[in-house]
Design a protein around this ligand. Structure first.
Ligand code: ATP
Ligand code: LTN
Length: 333
């Protein structure tokens, strides 16, 4: 192994990625391959904490895998796999669950939000979700975890769990650091800009899916909720415009002052159209590459098989050592 730092991240196959997933997370993962050793997975185990239709989940998982590649992840340079193919994550999860407190899990805002959203299915997996996420990261002793800001609380918990394990059993796990970009770490819903844009939103106009065609993208931006003023300016209370400005800034690289100058004296209509077109153009190559990959099932299978083999090789060594640390008799096979 070289001395490059190790990156780990994952995304749930709960639907086509949104512009939020793209800007806040996935788009940043490709460039990291230059400087770091990277491991990325499709978190299908996490996805079933919310009810999923089996055939749809299988389809979404393969699509998510192809989408990660279409967004710039190279299976030759990164380890790219499907979470349920590496049983080591679940093996470690049990140890971590036994080092996680009920009170800690109860404080997780994602758990509170999702239990409210699905009151008929507040299952144990949804509750222990952060412990499995900690297992994903710690099974590789990752240094850095690139995510959107909504996952920061889970990462802090992962660090606390690792620290507790280390105190109890002797120094073993590295404490992973969050890696969160400044602009775009939280893209908001286009229909309610006080809520994050989310794959599982029922309102189709609330989120841009990265496979939406240009017309759909432009139409959704045209319908985006803004305010009753007419000035394109980044200011407290202008949640809708602030969100559109941060999206525009992320896809064009322009800062807020440049955007304000560009749209001085123009109305929201012009601005929304410009944001829609810029977003659609920046997503065009992803759409094209995805269409190519998703039709090549044999290639995808080859990639995720090799990815899982590499992931297992690293994680099984670490997890076996963790099992030894807690006092389990070493596995005879
Ligand atoms: P779901 O709606 O099923 O909970 P999600 O859209 O929140 O899914 P995840 O799979 O949970 O997506 O998240 C994948 C990555 O995308 C994470 O790093 C997360 O922080 C990031 N992310 C999700 N939504 C946004 C958003 N609106 N803005 C920025 N980053 C986001
Ligand atoms: N919970 C994450 C997805 C995820 C993840 C991980 C992210 C599962 N395991 C490990 C980083 C590291 C989410 O984005 N909702």
């Amino acid at each position: 192994m070289d001395d490059k730092k190790l990156i780990f991240s994952a995304i749930q196959p709960t639907g086509t990625f949104t512009l939020g997933n793209y800007i806040g997370a996935v788009r940043n993962w490709g460039p990291l391959q230059e400087q770091y050793n990277c491991i990325y997975c499709v978190a299908d185990l996490h996805a079933i904490t919310v009810k999923q239709e089996p055939a749809k989940l299988r389809q979404n998982t393969l699509a998510a895998y192809a989408l990660l590649m279409a967004c710039g992840l190279d299976p030759e340079r990164s380890i790219l796999f499907i979470q349920s193919h590496a049983h080591t994550h679940n093996d470690l999860n049990w140890l971590l669950c036994c080092n996680t407190q009920f009170g800690e899990l109860s404080r997780m805002t994602q758990f509170k939000d999702k239990s409210q959203k699905h009151p008929d299915d507040v299952n144990a997996g949804l509750f222990t979700y952060p412990s499995l996420m900690a297992a994903d990261i710690l099974a590789y002793n990752a240094d850095l975890v690139p995510v959107g800001v909504d996952q920061k609380q889970h990462l802090e918990l992962a660090r606390n769990i690792a620290q507790r394990f280390n105190q109890r059993y002797g120094d073993f796990f590295k404490l992973p650091e969050p890696y969160i970009t400044e602009v775009g770490a939280k893209i908001m819903s286009l229909q309610d800009p006080t809520k994050k844009m989310s794959k599982s939103d029922e309102n189709v106009n609330a989120c841009i899916l990265i496979l939406d065609d240009k017309d759909t993208i432009v139409r959704k931006f045209k319908r985006a909720v803004t305010d009753s003023e007419a000035e394109v300016a980044f200011r407290e209370g202008k949640d809708g415009i602030n969100n559109l400005m941060s999206i525009y800034s992320c896809v064009t690289g322009k800062d807020y002052a440049a955007i304000e100058a560009e749209f001085a004296g123009k109305g929201y209509g012009d601005f929304k159209l410009a944001v829609g077109e810029a977003v659609a153009d920046s997503l065009e190559p992803v759409r094209t590459e995805f269409a190519r990959l998703i039709n090549d099932k044999a290639y995808l299978k080859d990639c995720y098989t090799k990815g899982a083999e590499k992931a297992m090789k690293i994680s099984s060594r670490i997890v076996s050592k963790a099992y030894h640390k807690v006092g389990f008799v070493d596995r005879p096979f």
